[in-house]
Design a protein around this ligand. Structure first.
Ligand SMILES: O=C(O)CCC(=O)C(=O)O
Ligand SMILES: [Fe+2]
Length: 393
């Protein structure tokens, strides 16, 4: 295995080899997922030029982008005001999800596309020619690659059934990120066409981050990184959220031609904690613009993610079942409204005293995953404290 800095680099060309190569590939992938939770993948086979599509999109006028803004009832679309752990990220982004109908050819607003995350909001073809086609091609290529990676990570019949269901029904989404220079006043970034955003006038405050430390919620993330800017960092192996010191952060230097892969919370539960959901963050750059695009490979909303039996042999079962739709809804709602402490996999540990498993049960009795999530409708179930049964009418 070769290394791009500390983070493993894995060559997917091994999958074309004989049984020995394939076993070696599986070993490398599982080792990377259980140590760093991050690796860089070469010969991944995705050739769609997403970088230039992204730069076309973010160069649109602020008014055009604002018309596509996501809101409390629609998690998909454009935004420049994301809070990660209650801090504003120094970035703009566009989220595009797998259509509820499973059919990209239908209009985005078609009612059959309705789902928990709402409807896609893409720019009109005349505003950004070719953008939609590029996104769809890239998205579908990432779905196939994710399926291939997941089959390397999880090798048993139970996982096969989940992945087979995910071929037809998944809730993955592609996020396109644009990180403006954090110091727009300095020489050398006078590209005014790219500064039509709310970050263009004021330099970033001391300590501002592109994205604050977080874990990705889903199964696998496939990240396209800008090769010229090295600002993604992962916390060393420990699982504490208190990674204060800069020596605890390791830069994920993009290896030319690679895609960066990381595991998420659902992979940690499914593997019974064998795989990590690594804490990571993005620094700002004072001079350079950066683009990145994570593709989040997510199960169907109604899937109950629980440790695979084959992963509970060496260690007793560590997690209770977690419904992806519940976890996702609470993560997104937490970005917009104060529901108390952000939901984490630790709330589903078998010995946890959290009331999330009980809230999840009540949520599943009433939720309709074909409708956009409405935090007000479920507020009494979701708020930090469960309402006292005697106090309810
Ligand atoms: O921009 C990056 O390199 C990482 C983005 C990321 O971690 C995220 O959007 O969840
Ligand atoms: Fe992330």
């Amino acid at each position: 295995m070769s290394h791009g800095g500390d983070i493993p680099v894995i060559d997917l060309a091994l999958s074309e080899g004989g049984a020995e190569d394939q076993a070696e590939l599986r070993r490398q992938v599982c080792e990377a997922c259980s140590t760093w939770g991050f690796f860089q993948l070469l010969n991944h086979g995705i050739e769609v030029d997403l970088m230039s599509a992204m730069s076309d999109f973010f160069a649109l006028s602020h008014e055009t982008k604002k018309d596509l803004k996501r809101n409390a009832r629609c998690a998909r679309g454009y935004f420049d005001d994301e809070l990660t752990k209650r801090r504003r990220d120094w970035k703009e982004a566009l989220d595009v999800g797998y259509p509820g109908s499973g059919q990209w050819s239908l209009p985005d607003a078609d009612h059959s596309n309705g789902c928990l995350d709402g409807l896609n909001q893409l720019p009109a073809e005349e505003d950004c020619p070719g953008f939609r086609d590029t996104i769809v091609c890239y998205f579908e290529a990432c779905s196939k690659l994710s399926d291939k990676l997941a089959r390397l990570m999880f090798d048993d019949a139970e996982a096969d059934q989940l992945l087979e269901r995910m071929r037809h029904r998944h809730t993955s989404y592609l996020r396109m990120n644009y990180y403006p220079p954090a110091n727009p006043g300095v020489d050398g970034n006078a590209d005014s066409s790219l500064h039509n955003n709310t970050f263009s006038k004021t330099p970033a405050k001391e300590g501002t981050l592109g994205i604050s430390p977080h874990r990705d919620a889903g199964l696998i993330t496939i990240l396209l990184q800008d090769e010229n800017t090295h600002s993604l960092q992962v916390a060393r192996y420990e699982d504490s959220d208190n990674v204060g010191d800069s020596k605890d952060w390791v830069t994920v230097h993009p290896v030319p031609g690679s895609l960066t892969i990381n595991t998420g919370d659902m992979a940690a539960i499914l593997s019974n904690g064998l795989f990590r959901a690594p804490l990571h963050r993005v620094l700002t750059d004072s001079r350079r613009t950066r683009y990145s695009a994570p593709f989040f490979y997510n199960p169907g909303y109604n899937e109950l993610i629980a440790p695979l039996t084959s992963c509970c042999q060496r260690h007793a079962r560590r997690y209770q079942a977690c419904c992806w739709g519940y976890f996702r809804a609470l993560r997104f709602a937490g970005d917009l409204t104060d529901l108390g402490v952000e939901i984490q996999t630790s709330h589903f540990k078998v010995d946890s005293e959290s009331d999330h498993p009980a809230k999840q049960k009540r949520f599943l009795e009433v939720v309709n995953f074909d409708e956009p999530f409405d935090v007000e409708k479920y507020r009494s179930i979701l708020e930090d404290k469960m309402p006292d049964d005697n106090a309810r009418s």
